[in-house]
Ligand binder design. Structure first.
Ligand code: KG4
Ligand code: ZN
Length: 364
């Protein structure tokens, strides 16, 4: 079945690449408009919190324990049976291998049992296409992906056509927030804790570096910032609440400056993709997009550079099944189905032709 006959494509999406177990059903009509029929997410935050980070074995086990029930809930909420679906999509990478295998095996088994097409989805592609579902936005557009595992700027040229512009040569930005929180004795995940503490802090008391800012290569680097923060914190120890607030404010201000500069450079490098007089769009995804100061910095930058800004609602910026189902529907509409022998790909860059960033290649 294709979308041409105007009957909507109904796709189940399964996401298990990190610490969220998620399943959703999305409908895509013949005009490529999307509708979320259900979107069920179970976060494993509580399981990982005692360790201050995601533990792969705990994640895989938690996915195994609840994925069947999450899929059943997504179908029930959508009011559909497996036989009603047009296809079944599951995240195949990048991500933690154990979790990917759980989602893939489940998706393939359901596809085989129901005799439906199977779609192996790149998690980054799903983030990149989400604004098509939420805002009906069509490529080309520029995208900033900032989560615990990924930090990149990406030009979305079409479904299946992505140009990676910048990536991190060391830590992801969300990871840097989490490490900062840990260093300062705040909770996990660190992003919201650092943001809360920063609100009452003075961003100028502890000067911190802005690695890569002003460089022509469009990449990100957070390691030097993290080291400088640790040195400032050690020099000021024992830390009072005021010290922690000021350190958090300094860190957040540095990250905002880094993001503003690096996205600005990506805008310059993507310029050729936007024809004269065509609207220019910047979109954002990933948990870090929830940070109000970062969102404000992006809004300022977009306005200054003549870009429109599209930010999906927070629940669709962070990991979810609806984005996997939507990417599956977009691919299914183009006949891009996959075999049941598709293996998990813990590393799976969206743009394999992109040159590795110096000193990196670690972050897909
Ligand atoms: O996209 P996400 O929910 O999960 C994956 O990484 O896949 O992103 C989680 C990351 C964590 O590193 C968390 O600390 C960060 O997003 N984060 C934030 C905020 N909320 C979540 N970082 C900065 N400010 C926030 N308000
Ligand atoms: Zn993600």
């Amino acid at each position: 079945m294709t979308a041409d006959d105007n009957r909507p494509l109904l796709v189940l999406g399964i996401e298990t690449s990190c610490d969220e177990t998620a399943a959703a059903v999305v409908a895509r009509d013949g005009e490529a408009r999307g509708r979320i029929l259900s979107n069920v997410v179970r976060s494993q935050l509580a399981e990982h919190r005692p360790y201050g980070g995601v533990v792969p074995e705990i994640a895989a086990r938690a996915h195994v324990e609840c994925l069947d029930a999450i899929v059943a809930a997504a179908l029930a909420e959508a009011g559909l049976a497996l036989s009603d679906l047009s296809g079944i999509a599951a995240t195949a990478g990048p991500g933690l291998n154990g979790g990917l295998v759980v989602g893939l095996v489940t998706g393939k088994t359901l596809a085989l049992a129901a005799g439906k097409p199977f779609l192996a989805i790149n998690h980054l592609e799903a983030h990149a296409l989400t604004v098509g579902l939420t805002d009906g936005l069509e490529p080309p557009y520029l995208m900033l992906l900032v989560s615990g595992g990924h930090t990149q700027t990406l030009l979305v040229e079409g479904v299946g056509r992505y140009r990676r512009i910048g990536t991190t040569i060391d830590d992801a930005i969300g990871e840097a927030f989490d490490k900062t929180a840990k260093l300062l004795g705040l909770g996990y995940p660190g992003g919201p804790e650092v943001e809360r503490a920063a609100r009452s802090g003075d961003p100028e008391r502890f000067p911190l570096p802005r690695p890569m800012v002003g460089r022509v290569e469009p990449h990100f680097s957070l390691a030097g910032l993290k080291t400088a923060l640790r040195q400032r914190a050690e020099a000021a120890a024992p830390l009072t609440d005021r010290d922690v607030a000021d350190l958090c404010a300094a860190f957040e201000a540095a990250v905002c400056d880094i993001i503003e500069d690096r996205v600005s450079r990506a805008m310059e490098l993507a310029e050729d993709a936007f024809g004269p007089g065509r609207p220019r769009w910047l979109t954002v995804a990933g948990g870090v997009a929830a940070n109000a100061s970062i969102a404000a910095a992006l809004a300022r930058l977009a306005a200054a550079r003549g870009f429109h800004l599209a930010v999906p609602p927070p629940a669709l910026c962070t990991d979810n099944g609806a984005m996997i189902a939507w990417a599956g529907a977009e691919r299914l509409a183009r006949g891009l189905v996959d075999g049941l022998d598709f293996a998990a790909r813990p590393r799976w860059p969206l743009d394999p032709a992109a040159p590795a960033a110096i000193g990196a290649g670690v972050k897909a």
